[in-house]
Design a binder for this molecule. Structure first.
Ligand code: PMP
Length: 393
């Protein structure tokens, strides 16, 4: 039977990780995989997470099952983190999921259950896993223009023109902040316009928010989600705790669905049903740490302070890189690096230039020239800048 299986395409980013590991050069630089790294290249356990783990180890008395939706305290804390208390609790359904990926998968499945013929509008480009999960589920992905290759900013006119084709039954997938892979994001007035368009089309927005706190701050990064949540009657939100709590391997995320209060019970039941079909109970350890941190004032303050250090560190690297490239190129054409937000920027290099950066300079980034800003430090910023100019970007 297994002889009928076909080889599946390798995940390009994971393959790149393997190539980097195998590269013997001591001065190689990894700007590939989307993981936060400090100046020494280490992905640390956040201080508040370490403290919460100790407290949890001391206090936890059972590992029996949680509910199908996960711990209600986690769901409430996550709804509060993302929505900031701006949405009436009667509209909110929520479940814990294995990471943001689990939430994305369940959101697509819910959409398919509700509207089997519905399409999913996705930014061009988007996180490749969006496309791969949609393909796996047999759902149609419709790309909408998003990134202007010349300015490296959002092609907002193109985006609005393309989204006008969405209709009731369709999903419009938006990145809440820190767009992956481009780093280019909507302004608040642009979110307003998207909300108005969605109202007109009747399509349901789905917001993937995987980097809250990595862009302009916890509240600023959620401003678009909150605006959409308050303007549209039905909204899906997939939130990840992997990056902002640094708990990648704990697989912690939440799927939040907003509906008419009259539909809340059925919506909540559907989310729990989807958990049941896919894996029964969602992972609990990371969710419990997140709940402890978000609900304990001292732990929360410690977490917010460290998250802010991380965010500001990445901004400093962005500004440093933009400044160095301005100096070397004698032009402003790399100014977008300081405008982008989050862990990623799409540099706009050709695949050949990306290849040369790898072979000639030992600098690894994804083939579409997405670079992980957090992979840099004060020493490697000028090295990257020089290499970028050298390969002719
Ligand atoms: N959405 C986007 C846009 C992402 O970049 C990621 C992480 N790469 C995720 C969702 C999901 O992350 P995780 O499943 O690790 O929480």
């Amino acid at each position: 039977m297994f002889s009928a299986l076909k080889p599946q395409p390798a995940d390009k980013i994971l393959a790149l990780m393997g190539q980097f590991k195998a590269d013997p050069r001591a001065d190689k630089i990894d700007l590939g995989v989307g993981v936060y790294k400090d100046a020494t290249g280490h992905t640390p356990i956040m201080r508040a997470v370490k403290t919460a783990e100790k407290l949890l180890w001391e206090a936890e008395t059972t590992k029996t099952y949680t509910g199908l939706a996960g711990d209600p305290a986690f769901n409430a804390a996550m709804a509060d983190l993302v929505l900031g208390g701006t949405v009436d609790a009667g509209r909110i359904s929520s479940v814990a999921t294995p990471g943001g990926t689990g939430a994305v998968r369940q959101a697509f499945e819910l959409a398919r259950m509700a509207a089997p013929q519905g399409r999913v509008f996705v930014s061009d480009p988007t996180w490749p896993n969006h496309l791969s999960i949609l393909k796996h589920l047999g759902m149609e992905a419709v790309p909408y223009r998003y990134f202007d290759a010349d300015t490296r900013a959002v092609d907002f006119a193109g985006m609005i023109a393309d989204l006008a084709a969405a209709r009731a039954g369709d999903i419009v997938l938006l990145h809440g902040c820190c767009h992956n892979p481009t780093g280019a994001n909507l302004t608040l007035p642009e979110w307003e316009e998207v909300a108005a368009l969605l109202e007109k089309t009747g399509a349901v927005p789905m917001i993937d928010i995987a980097y809250q706190g990595f862009g302009d701050g916890l509240d600023a990064d959620a401003a678009g989600v909150r605006l959409i949540a308050n303007r549209l009657p039905e909204v899906l939100i997939a939130a990840s705790c992997s990056k902002n709590f640094g708990i990648y391997r704990e697989r912690t995320g939440a799927l939040i669905a907003l509906s008419d209060p009259a539909r809340q019970e059925v919506t909540q039941g559907t989310l729990a049903y989807l958990n049941r079909q896919n894996y029964s109970f969602p992972p609990d350890h990371g969710a419990r740490l997140v709940t402890m941190i978000l609900t304990d004032p001292a732990l929360r303050a410690e977490w917010e302070a460290e998250l802010e250090e991380v965010r500001l560190g990445m901004l400093t690297l962005r500004e440093g890189l933009a400044t160095e490239l301005k100096r070397l190129s004698g032009s402003d054409r790399f100014g977008f690096l300081a405008q982008h937000r989050g862990m990623f920027s799409r540099l706009g290099a050709t695949p050949e230039q990306v290849e040369r950066l790898k072979t000639e300079h030992g600098i690894y980034m994804v083939g579409d020239s997405r670079l992980n800003i957090a992979g840099l430090n004060a020493t490697t910023v000028p090295i990257l800048a020089k290499a970028v100019i050298d390969v002719g970007v």
